[in-house]
Structures are given as structure tokens and as C-alpha cells.
Design a protein around this ligand. Structure first.
Ligand code: CA
Length: 654
């Protein structure tokens, strides 16, 4: 070939690539100059997916949000994502997220037109698209998988055809617009239901239909199934088994992984690796996120904030957010079999408006930039209808409230090279104390500084607490307090929960087992055991159940022995309900070193009529053994005496 012809061929080839995929701005070398600490992830496989769900971008822009690059200049947010190392954009598709008058349901109003626009812009900067079909008109997740309005009256055969046609139609539109579809999800977090169907027999037809459409229109795209709750023992193995049993055609078994709720990374890696191994599938994290701040900036409360009861494995800082993402990438890339990628959920969903709830609310309703608008109430009355409003994850984005990118966004580039800057303290780990109302508040003298490399160092702390505050806490009843302090120049928090401490073990039978409870069945009842039935429990799921058809066979004691109690004054209570008791002798009792010192009589008198005998002023010395329990004796009548016992409380009185 002549040199000129070769050059011409190269030019033609390049221009073809440019037309198809746009101009990639994804850096192929390390981004320099970041002060973010990032430990290198060794041996990331080629083509590893660094994904960003950016579904709400269009609604955000229509709401007036502007996005900037790292130089502070306004720039297409998709360009900034690509420049930071993101190579896949994920977008959700709802069938018809509008009411009869054309008002959007919110959450980005993500119909196929929005996806087309996003797919086009992603391709412009060299990023592929992950299309996330919910097969619903609004949010689909483990709690709800509502059928689209237009498909509501269809039987499963018609619905299967509808999923096939809808998927085909959408993918054709995306392709025609120049989107580079790399993966298609047939359903979103489909934990046992999809598109209003609740049996796997029907669900699999719908997944098959989506997969078939994808193979036809985008033969190079991967087909993904997507589930949540990897921490639920056996759940993923069960889904994978069913998919295999029904021969569902898919390539990727994808999981949501929110560190607050979804168990350990080791567990995630184990459950996904097992599926990859057993069924020869690719696996990935399809959604994750982490808070970079505890502040809410849009006047609509966030799911994650200070003092929550969920796992806080990293500080809510830009560095903490990056460390969370880095460790998930490390887990999927190096510790999980066939791990192909990690997608961050909605890193571009930030605060709109800014000055008040009223101002923001008007914007959310008009442009759909809140999680749900009032217009979604008819379709989703129980969730959107009650809690519609703004963004509950604005503190988990990769852009600050003004649209400026956070350094943590660069984690997608820096994990490949490492960026091991100087080690320094990033935040102070929260302390949590549970104190009996009659106990003593002793705040820790040292706390853990969490370093930017995620290591910890104990440092002295100074708490801002006065005698007035302490006496208020002792007298304020059951309540949670946030005590502030400072350590290593950083803010520290000690969350102190003042509680009425219960000294009983397994007080509400919620372990489902006897533990240290002792049951003495004197009369030989037909049924006498711990039962799981929330509707018959005073609290929780479990209680002690008794029933016997034979007269005079209900006679038992249920008790617990407590040693090691601090000396002092106590009260004991226990609750019982039941019926058909006939002649009864029922009382709670207290023994000290085996000798009965107090009793309190009660009775059973009907379903859900709980009686709670209370024994007060139980004085014991250190070293003595306290026995607390209930004696139940019923002659029985009619179908035989029955009852339920629950919630034994032993609280300090001094
Ligand atoms: Ca918010």
C-alpha cells in the first residue's frame, strides 16, 4: 500500500471511530496534583467498568444546576466524569413516569427520551452506556416493583411480549442517537418480584424477553440481572439457582452494595464469587455510594446523616467517600472471581435552588429533580404519595452543592496508579455510649483519629461538657445526646444514649431460643414453647406461647437467674395475655438466693389484653443471685387455656 493511501485509510478509520464513539477524554495516565490519598489497586483487569449513574442530570440542568470542571470552569458534566476516569454511564429507564396531565413523577423523570439524551452525551466523550430498565413507571427496588400503567391489565403472556417490544424499541432509539450501549439490565433490584409479577415462574419470562430483545438489537452488549441485599444469607445463591433452572440468558449477576446496610466486603466477594464460579457468570457492583458530608443542603432530609444506627465504616468526608469506593473496587477487581466493574449511584444528583424548602419544592415539582413529586401520588400512594420531595442523597454526590467536582471523583483514575500522599488525620471516629439512667456517664479519654489512608490512631480528646449538661442528662429520661469535643484539631462526637437498661437476657425472646430462660413444665401442657408470630407478640416477632386442651395441665414456671448484678434497688415486670383460663393462679415472683421475697398477682382476660405485674424495690447486694419469673396455673375451660408471655424487664431503680 502506498503511504498516502495508508494515511487516507487511517484518517477514514479514525473518523469512523469518532462518529461512532465520539472523542474519548478518559485519561490513559495518572491525573497528577491531587491531595486525595488513594492506595493503588493491583492488577485491575482490562476494560474494568468504572461506572457512574447519572440519571438525574437532565432534570438537574433543567432545574438550573450548573456543573464545573476541576479548573472551576462550567463544563458538560459528562466530560468532567470522563476526564476523571469514568468509562460507563448508567441510566434508568421508566416506561411512563407521568400522570394523565403530563406532569412528571420526579426522580429525574427518566423516560427513554432522557436516556437517549444522556447516552448521546456519554458517547460524545467516549463512555459506554448501561441501560437500567425498571419495567415500571417509577422506582423499582426490593420494596416495590409496580407494573407500568399501560400494562396493568395484561396477563403474563401479553406482558412478556410488551417487555420484548418495549426493550427493542428503546434500544433502537438509543442506537439511532449514537449511544454506545455496553450493558442492558433487565430489571432493577428484582429481589423476588418484577413488573408486578411475584413468582419466579413469571419473572423469568420477563427477563428472557428483555434479554432476547437486547441480543437482537445490541448483540455486543452484556445482559445483566440486578439484585440487592447480598448480606441476606443464601438469597443470592437462590436467585442464581432459579435463573439457571429457568435457563435465563444473561451474562452479568450484579449487586447493589451500600456499605451502611449490605454487610461486609468479604461477604460480598464470597457470595458473588460463588455465583461466578458455579454458573460461569461475570459479577459486579451495580450501585454503591458513600456520604462525603453529613450536611443536608436542599432542605429535604438525607438517608445518611450523623448519629444514624447503620454502619459507618468511614468518616463522612471526601477522603472517606474515596476510601469506600476504592475498597469496593479493590474487592471486585482483585478478590472476586470474574469481577468486571463498580458503578456509583447518582454522583451527579445535587441540590437545586438553595434558599428554602418552598423555593426548592417548586423546582422539584416543575422539573422532576426531587426523588418524587406530588404527581406520583396516584401511581405510588404509599411511598411517593406520603414522602415526595427533594434529594435524599445530595450529601453522597461527587459534586458539591454548587456543582464543583470533589477530589474523590478522581478515585476512578487514581486507583489504577495509586496516589499515596502524606499520611494525616482526616476525621475523628464517632464514639457511642449506652448509659443506664441510674448509671454514671464516663466519656472516653481517647478517641480514634481516622487517617487519610484509612488507618486509625488513638488521640486524646477534650469534651465540651459541663456539670449542668450532665445533671440534665441524668434527669432527662430516655434520650440520645450528641456531645461535641475536639481531638487533634478535629471535631469529635460522642453519642450518649441514656437508657433504662434492661438486665434480662433475651428479654423479648427475639433470639427464638431459650438462652438462659428456664422453663419448668409442671402440668404437662400440650403446647409450651417460644413462638414466632408478630401479631401475638407484645413487641418484636417472638413470645412464649402456651395452650393445653386437658384440664389442669397448664402449670409452669418461666424464670431467669441473674448473678453479677451491681448491688442496688431494682424493679421487675413481665407481660402476659391469654384466655379460657378458668380458675387461675398467675403471679410474677422474685427470689433472692433461692428464697421467694416478693410476688405480684395477675390474670389472663382476653386476646391482646396484656397485663403487666410490676414488682418494685427489690434490694440486692453484690454477689447475691436474683431469680425473676412468672408462675402460671390455669384449670382451663372451653378449648383449653392459652396465652402468651413477652417482654420481661429488670431495671435499676437507684
Ligand atoms: Ca437532601
Amino acid at each position: 500500500m502506498k503511504k498516502t493511501a495508508l494515511i487516507l485509510a487511517v484518517i477514514i478509520a479514525c473518523s469512523l471511530i469518532l462518529t461512532a464513539c465520539g472523542e474519548s477524554v478518559i485519561p490513559n495516565k495518572k491525573i497528577e496534583g491531587s491531595d486525595l490519598y488513594v492506595k493503588k489497586v493491583e492488577s485491575i483487569p482490562d476494560g474494568f467498568i468504572f461506572g457512574m449513574d447519572a440519571s438525574s442530570v437532565i432534570a438537574e440542568e433543567e432545574s438550573g444546576v450548573k456543573y464545573y470542571n476541576f479548573d472551576g470552569e462550567e463544563q458538560d458534566v459528562f466530560k468532567t466524569l470522563a476526564q476523571s476516569g469514568v468509562n460507563h454511564i448508567r441510566v434508568r429507564v421508566w416506561n411512563d413516569p407521568y400522570d394523565a396531565d403530563g406532569n412528571g413523577y420526579g426522580g429525574g423523570n427518566n423516560d427513554i427520551e432522557k436516556a437517549v439524551e444522556i447516552g448521546k452525551r456519554a458517547a460524545k466523550y467516549g463512555m459506554k452506556l448501561i441501560v437500567d430498565f425498571h419495567y415500571s413507571d417509577f422506582w423499582a427496588d426490593p420494596a416495590k416493583q409496580m407494573v407500568p400503567k399501560a400494562w396493568a391489565k395484561m396477563d403474563i403472556e401479553q406482558k412478556t411480549e410488551a417487555v420484548y417490544e418495549f426493550t427493542k424499541d428503546c434500544l433502537k432509539k438509543l442506537k439511532a442517537a449514537g449511544a454506545d450501549v455496553g450493558m442492558v439490565q433487565v430489571g432493577n433490584e428484582t429481589n423476588g418480584s418484577l413488573c408486578g409479577e411475584k413468582t419466579w415462574f413469571n419473572i423469568q419470562y420477563l427477563m428472557q424477553a428483555g434479554a432476547k430483545a437486547t441480543r437482537e438489537i445490541c448483540p455486543k452488549a452484556l445482559v445483566a440481572v440486578h439484585f440487592a441485599n447480598p448480606e441476606k444469607s443464601g438469597a443470592y445463591a437462590d436467585y442464581a439457582w432459579r435463573l439457571d433452572y429457568y435457563k435465563v440468558d444473561y451474562d452479568v449477576f450484579a449487586s447493589s452494595y451500600y456499605p451502611y446496610w449490605h454487610g461486609t466486603l468479604d461477604n460480598l466477594s464470597t457470595v458473588l464469587s460463588e455465583i461466578a464460579e458455579k454458573y460461569n457468570k461475570k459479577v459486579m457492583v451495580m450501585e454503591t455510594s458513600y456520604a462525603y458530608t453529613s450536611d443536608d443542603t436542599d432542605f429535604y432530609g438525607n438517608t445518611i446523616s450523623d448519629g444514624g444506627t447503620y454502619e459507618k465504616n468511614y468518616p463522612y468526608t471526601v477522603q472517606g467517600q474515596a476510601n469506600s469506593v476504592r475498597n469496593i473496587i479493590d474487592t471486585i477487581a482483585t478478590k472476586t472471581k470474574n469481577g468486571i466493574g463498580v458503578v456509583y449511584w447518582e454522583g451527579t444528583w445535587i441540590t437545586v435552588g438553595g434558599n428554602s424548602w418552598e423555593e426548592n419544592s417548586a423546582i422539584w415539582e416543575k422539573h422532576g429533580s426531587g426523588w418524587a413529586s406530588y404527581f406520583a401520588s396516584d401511581y405510588d400512594p404509599n411511598d411517593a404519595g406520603k414522602y415526595y420531595g427533594g434529594c435524599a442523597v445530595d450529601n453522597q454526590a461527587f459534586f458539591d452543592r454548587y456543582g464543583k467536582p470533589l477530589q474523590s471523583l478522581r478515585v476512578f483514575n487514581l486507583v489504577k496508579y495509586g496516589n499515596e500522599v502524606e499520611i494525616k488525620a482526616d476525621a475523628i471516629e464517632d464514639e457511642n455510649l449506652i448509659v443506664d439512667l441510674n448509671g454514671k456517664i464516663v466519656l472516653p479519654e481517647k478517641v480514634n483519629a481516622v487517617m487519610n489512608d484509612d488507618s486509625k490512631r488513638a488521640v486524646p480528646v477534650k469534651w465540651e461538657i459541663t456539670d449542668e449538661m450532665l445533671s440534665e442528662m441524668y434527669s432527662g429520661g430516655v434520650k440520645k445526646y450528641d456531645i461535641k469535643g475536639s481531638a487533634d484539631g478535629l471535631e469529635a462526637h460522642c453519642y450518649v444514649s441514656m437508657v433504662e437498661y434492661n438486665f434480662m437476657d433475651n428479654y423479648s425472646f427475639e433470639t427464638g431460643e431459650m438462652g438462659t430462660w428456664e422453663l419448668n413444665d409442671i402440668g404437662g401442657a400440650d403446647e409450651l414453647y417460644i413462638e414466632k408470630k408478630a401479631t401475638d407478640s407484645l413487641t418484636g416477632q417472638y413470645h412464649m406461647h402456651f395452650w393445653s386442651a386437658k384440664s389442669n395441665s397448664v402449670e409452669f414456671t418461666l424464670e431467669q437467674n441473674l448473678t453479677d448484678l451491681p448491688g442496688g434497688k431494682y424493679k421487675f415486670s413481665i407481660s402476659i395475655m391469654g384466655g379460657d383460663g378458668g380458675e387461675q393462679d398467675i403471679y410474677s415472683y422474685v427470689k433472692i438466693d433461692g428464697e421467694e421475697v416478693q410476688t405480684c398477682h395477675t390474670e389472663i382476660n382476653g386476646y391482646n389484653s396484656w397485663n403487666t405485674p410490676v414488682i418494685r424495690d427489690i434490694v440486692i447486694d453484690e454477689g447475691q443471685t436474683l431469680t425473676v419469673g412468672i408462675y402460671v396455673k390455669c384449670a382451663g375451660e372451653g378449648n383449653g387455656a392459652w396465652g402468651k408471655i413477652d417482654d420481661a424487664l429488670l431495671n435499676s431503680m437507684s
